[in-house]
Design a protein around this ligand. Sequence first.
Ligand SMILES: [Zn+2]
Length: 197
Amino acid sequence: MITELHLEQPAALTALLQELLSKDTYNKFCVDCNRNESTHTSVTYGTFICQDCASIHLAVLGMDKSYVKPIFGEPWDNHQVRMVQLGGNKKLWDFLKQYAGLEQKGVSQKYESAAARFYRKKLNAEATGRPFSEKEPPKNAEEYLDRGVEGAKSVAKSAGEGIVKGVNILGNKIEESGIKDKLKGFFAKKTSQGGTQ
Ligand SMILES: [Zn+2]
């Protein structure tokens, strides 16, 4: 006869998870809707979410993009515990906030962004102790353009001095033409939404 294997959550783990929720209001409430109390975790992002948003993760992202599991009543492995200990809701929130209000966007837009992709790879590297040298995606138009010129410069360096000069002239032209300022204004408008800018 086959007996059904029932794995329980060890008391020490329950206590640890309870502590992560009670000592940090960010974790206590869902990082997606900020309204309901957390009942689930997205291991992929090391975050705590509510039942409703957990269903959205499953439907929109699927388990390979967001590994969702209930906080209580199930065993966790060491990697999963490290992900929420090193991660947490505030860390993701603060990171995405730098990307034109991405922290408040819907599940699909938020988690399928380059910023979210970078975040989950970095957190995973931290949790597994692997080195991680990827540069975070540019946060605004200015950074994007700067990286463009920088990136082109580093490629041109190996090709010779003349090309480096050409790239510098191109960089100055972008400055002169005011494209940067225009884009900066556009992003400022988008992020402040009714603010003073
Ligand atoms: Zn929620």
